[in-house]
Write a protein of this length. Structure first.
Length: 109
């Protein structure tokens, strides 16, 4: 079970490591879009954008429904929640360290 969760988290961060995929996630955060709409801002073929969409889908960051030849993509928050859960540990870590630093500085001041 732990191994599966680690692999899923790895997929999320791999998917988010690419600026094109991050831009797609940002666009999907606003509303559902077709694959064609998502491809429009990029200087690449629809096939190339399709590969990005597939990676986002495999990472659990988006879902897709197909009506005829049109693919509708929607953000899936589950993948982002996995990443946020992992990052929240480090947020607490740095908050504690910065609070301690503030205490030390105020004691010396």
């Amino acid at each position: 079970m732990v191994k599966y969760r680690e692999q899923a988290l790895d997929q999320v961060f791999q998917a988010l490591s690419d600026p094109t995929r991050r831009a797609i996630v940002r666009a999907l955060a606003k509303r559902e879009r077709t694959a064609g709409e998502l491809a429009t801002p990029f200087d690449m073929s629809l096939a190339a954008v399709s590969k990005h969409l597939k990676l986002l889908e495999e990472a659990g960051l988006m879902t897709r429904r197909i009506e005829g030849r049109t693919h509708y993509c929607r953000l899936n928050l589950g993948g982002l929640e996995r990443a946020q859960g992992w990052l929240s540990f480090y947020e607490r870590f740095w908050s504690e360290r910065l609070d301690k630093l503030a205490e030390i500085v105020s004691e010396d001041g």
